[in-house]
Design a protein around this ligand. Structure first.
Ligand SMILES: Cc1ncc(COP(=O)(O)O)c(C=O)c1O
Length: 393
């Protein structure tokens, strides 16, 4: 029996592939350092954890509202107002199974089959696959400026066609940690307004900014806000990746469309997870900020060490918790057929037991992405092993 065609067009996740191989090596007794995952190593703050226990005791275990528990949506609105200068009402928020589902919901709400979606390179590995699953066409855009890989209106204009309908704007970005400043965000927002493009503003790393605060494109003007769907969630900022809480904030019409569809798909994410999210947003800002301070230190450690490794350069990350490192200087010393970064990262994993993600996953094959979601000593150890490997080539 034949499988559906869409299954053939969807690629395996390189990130998950690397993590799985890392786990196998660990099971074989290797001392594996996994610098490939996009997952905080912190625990969910204690007070937030208690909310799940309490929700069980109160039997809050039945179907609830499709767009999410009202108290959670209200606290999300308070957070968006206080931290992002965004004014939304609870009926404009739809809580979903992680930001991944929020992205899929948003695309299904505004994208018709064959519509193109602008995707600045380097892009988060799941975007093209989610776009394809929803029947759209990813349109990768190579930024003109290869020093910081920030896309400009000019880059977008050159790439777009009459079929282009949406821009996915990931700020701060995974994998490069790029943070667009206010002026750059305005330029992008105004361009999309002029061209009538929807903006899917993925702000899941918005709390992870190390040089200046992140500006939400939706905060620029009522009209830009109206054509923007903000994506956010608690996986990264509250370290609750497994609890699956993400959300969209959008105009009423989009929110209702998303809610209508989600009602037939997942109904809503687990009520227990939603109560944990509620408590985290309401009571745990200090725990979250403490975690961000730790990432800030780790980022320094990473850059300091990388500066000493011969032949490597990197895109200076101002946000998120990843560094895109350019290994291009070693290209002629690694045998490969299709992808240099895949061959390089596979060898690094097998020979040094350090897992990092090949840049091909993000559209940049000279690079690899290194996460700094481990303690400082482990990060230094991981980079030292990579350094020794490079010296041996
Ligand atoms: C840019 C970006 N958006 C969305 C997500 C999905 O987050 P979630 O785990 O909440 O589905 C991720 C996860 O790695 C991400 O990096």
């Amino acid at each position: 029996m034949k499988l559906a065609e869409r299954t053939e067009h969807v690629a395996q996740s390189y990130t998950i592939g690397m993590s799985m191989r890392a786990r196998e090596l660990r099971d074989q007794g290797r001392d594996v350092l996994n610098l490939s995952v996009g997952e905080p190593d912190f625990k969910v703050p204690e007070r937030a954890k208690q909310a799940a226990v309490q929700a069980l005791e109160l039997d809050l275990t039945k179907y609830d509202k499709v767009p999410g528990v009202l108290e959670l949506r209200e606290v999300i609105c308070e957070k968006l107002k206080a931290e992002n200068d965004l004014e939304y009402t609870a009926d404009q928020i739809v809580v979903s199974n992680g930001a991944k589902q929020a992205i899929m919901n948003a695309l299904m709400a505004v994208m018709d089959p064959g519509d193109e979606v602008l995707l600045p390179i380097p892009y988060w590995t799941s975007y093209p696959e989610i776009i394809k699953l929803c029947g759209g066409e990813p349109l990768p855009v190579m930024p003109g400026d290869r020093d910081n890989y920030k896309v400009t209106p000019r880059d977008l204009e050159e790439a777009m066609t009459e079929k282009t309908k949406i821009l996915i704007f990931n700020n701060p970005s995974n994998p490069a940690g790029t943070v667009y400043n206010a002026e750059e965000v305005r330029a992008i927002g105004e361009f999309c307004e002029k061209k009538g493009l929807w903006i899917l503003s993925d702000e899941i790393y918005e709390r992870f900014c190390y040089t200046e605060p992140c500006v939400s494109v939706a905060s620029l003007s009522p009209s830009i806000k109206d054509q923007t769907i903000v994506i956010n969630g608690l996986s990264k900022s509250v370290a609750m990746t497994g609890l699956r809480v993400g959300y969209t904030a959008s105009n009423q019409k989009v929110a209702s469309a998303i809610s209508k569809m989600q009602g037939h798909l997942t109904s809503h994410t687990s009520t227990l997870s939603q109560w944990v999210g509620h408590s985290a947003l309401k009571y745990c800002t200090k725990d979250i900020n403490d975690q961000i301070d730790i990432y800030r230190k780790r980022r320094e450690v990473m850059m300091k060490k990388l500066d000493t490794i011969e032949g490597l350069t990197y895109l200076k990350p101002d946000g998120a918790f990843y560094i895109m490192v350019n290994f291009g200087a070693y290209k002629d010393r690694v045998a490969y057929t299709d992808s240099f970064s895949l061959a390089l990262c596979s060898r690094i994993l097998e020979e040094t037991a350090v897992a990092i993600v090949p840049g091909i996953a993000f559209g940049l094959d000279d690079y690899a992405r290194i996460s700094y979601t481990l303690e400082e000593e482990k990060l230094e150890e991981g980079l030292s092993r990579i350094e020794n490997f490079l010296k041996s080539l």
